[in-house]
Design a protein around this ligand. Sequence first.
Ligand SMILES: Cc1cc2nc3c(=O)[nH]c(=O)nc-3n(C[C@H](O)[C@H](O)[C@H](O)COP(=O)(O)O)c2cc1C
Length: 328
Amino acid sequence: MYQLIRPLLFRFDAERVHHAVLNILSNSPLAKLVGPKSSEVEDPVELWGLKFRNRIGLAAGMDKNAAALGAWHDLGFGFVEIGTVTRHGQPGNPTPRIFRCPAQQGLVNRMGFPNLGAEAIARHLSSRKVINRFPIGINLGKSKVTELEDALSDYRFSFEKLYPYGDFFVINVSSPNTPGLRTLQQTSALEPIFETLQDYNRGQSHKPLLVKIAPDLTFEEIAAVLGLIEKHGLAGIVATNTTLDHSGITLKETGGLSGIPVRGKSTAIIRFIAKESAGKLPIIGVGGVFTRSDYLEKLDAGASLVQVYTGFVYEGPGMIGRLLNVSG
Ligand SMILES: Cc1cc2nc3c(=O)[nH]c(=O)nc-3n(C[C@H](O)[C@H](O)[C@H](O)COP(=O)(O)O)c2cc1C
């Protein structure tokens, strides 16, 4: 069905379609109508003391402001990662800022973290309308107006504000569209962030804290991040964000590339992390998952949970059932 509608959707600007779909999902029973029966997407797993009804999650960036949590549940997802949320609400980069490259089944985006900001999103999540049916991760980033040297205070502010509402948290230092953000992946910048957030975390209920990395890091750089993760007792890693390597596509737009072109790199990094950590560090694998075999590839490489973004845009809502092998 979605394959029939897709050519029509793809005639419009990608972000306009995105907002229209999000609007429909959050304001209508569509997800309930087209989604699978709950029993069909049961493949339960427990991690960090949290119960996941299946291992497939919605990746960060799709629902930055947590507008449609109920709909993601109705569509069969096992969990969702909202955000990226920044301390200050911000509009992001000028539009257009999401581009399709259908020949390679990829997307290029330079969104720049448009979102309502930590306080507004905390207020929204505290409202009774928001469901609490599956684990919700909150992805945290740095506001554009905050100097890179002050990034730590931004992460800390958002972490504290949103703490009561997330089941796990992800420190995002890997989006390519906030100038300088990726330099925070260097251990000298990353360590104070890990240290400060874990300090706060230990004084609270000690929720799982993860870090999300770029696929453009070298294995040596990833090994350094893993050392810090171990030292500061982080709960896991999200691998990976979008790539700046556009060698596989002909589209000439700047931004992070996702989808099939990042799939192999993401899987190789997951495999590396699993080997380096002797399989002990939980990995959320993300990057280019479209089919059941892509999903199994991520699990085989060592991922405990798997997220999708670009695959969902190309494959539509029936995808979750297909990944779990319950519907055609
Ligand atoms: C339009 C778009 C916006 C994104 N926004 C974010 C974001 O705000 N924060 C983040 O951590 N990742 C963001 N991502 C990255 C995805 O979460 C994911 O890591 C990446 O796209 C690779 O997965 P995929 O190939 O399944 O899309 C975004 C991706 C896309 C395509």
